[in-house]
Design a protein around this ligand. Sequence first.
Ligand code: PLP
Length: 389
Amino acid sequence: MNTQYLMNNYGTRQHTLVKGEGCYLFDRQGRRYLDALSGIAVCGLGHNYAPLTQAISEQAATLLHISNLFNIEHQARLAEQLCQISGMEKAYFGNSGAEANEAAIKIARKVGHQRGIDKAQIIVAQNSFHGRTLATLSATGNPKVQAGFEPLVEGFVHVPFDDIEAIKAAAGPNVVAVLLEPIQGEGGVNVPAADYLEQVGQLCQQHNWLLMLDEIQTGNGRSGEYFAFQHGNAKPDVITTAKGLGNGLPIGACLAKGEAAEALQAGNHGSTYGGNPLVCAGANVVVEAISQGDILANCRARGEQLRSGIAKATEGSALVRQIRGQGLITGIELTQDCGELVEAAWQAGLILNVTAGNTVRLLPPLIIDSEQTEQLIATVAKLILGLSQ
Ligand SMILES: Cc1ncc(COP(=O)(O)O)c(C=O)c1O
């Protein structure tokens, strides 16, 4: 394959995959790999999920695109489904996670302006990841993502994650919103205290701030509830999601209620492709499948099996610092950097990812079965225990 005309922003990619089926991917030689990445938390229903393939094939033969100058039936239905699941009132659709967050950031600023705050501030967390556009990389709490792209978009105040006192200390007259991931994905699968989001929500209510949750990675069943905030009592005003929403179709959504739901009016925001008939026809099938319950129950059970299995198989190893996660987002933090495990896993017929330098991140499809989970546990444990210290 000639890759010389591709920009180098993804570095040199070693391998090519050409086909997927359920929890497996295949290379050109027909070699099979267990997928514990799901296209980075995207293909929750696995690869080549038949009802989705059928829905988008039919939609492609009917109507691909008309623009947002017209009503789109599948878009209205998708908005209804997502609002009913999340308790939100309105939806906006873009094409990616970053675009969903851009919409949320614009909503927060617009609400600020309506309240007479011209220099709105949004409190965000260190180690967060919110995207690669200029506003979302400025919100992101990782200097590596920002380096070289200054000047950053202003108006973001970074505080330590899972630290309610830090948010209290950041309060000020220009703050309009708090934007957080319920579990930090790219930052190393950081799971906060069970009541953290609820406490942040209470603080938001006291100060009249918007609670905005970035469920781009954690949403659509990944954590074992449809949205991760639904494990607790937090009451968000804005939710962003993408990734698993389209199971591979490019779609992102910003959901909002109350004042936030009314902030964007005609002419304030938009996207040519966002929420087009094709992606919404597909996403409706995905949302119906995940919200119906069995997949969420499987996700919770397999997640427990995975974490307890890896804990048992690596018991006593000085290499494992912590195993954490919820549902089928799992991080295994090691005492040393472990980027080489990605290639070692490939050689062992497994696709996984390493994040934050020293954390093996496992994001298998939500439909992974018990046997496949055992295979995943055995391979991951062997890889970790085989690392030279
Ligand atoms: C929590 C979170 N927010 C935002 C994004 C950006 O999404 P996208 O790459 O679709 O723009 C990601 C992607 O990894 C993410 O994990």
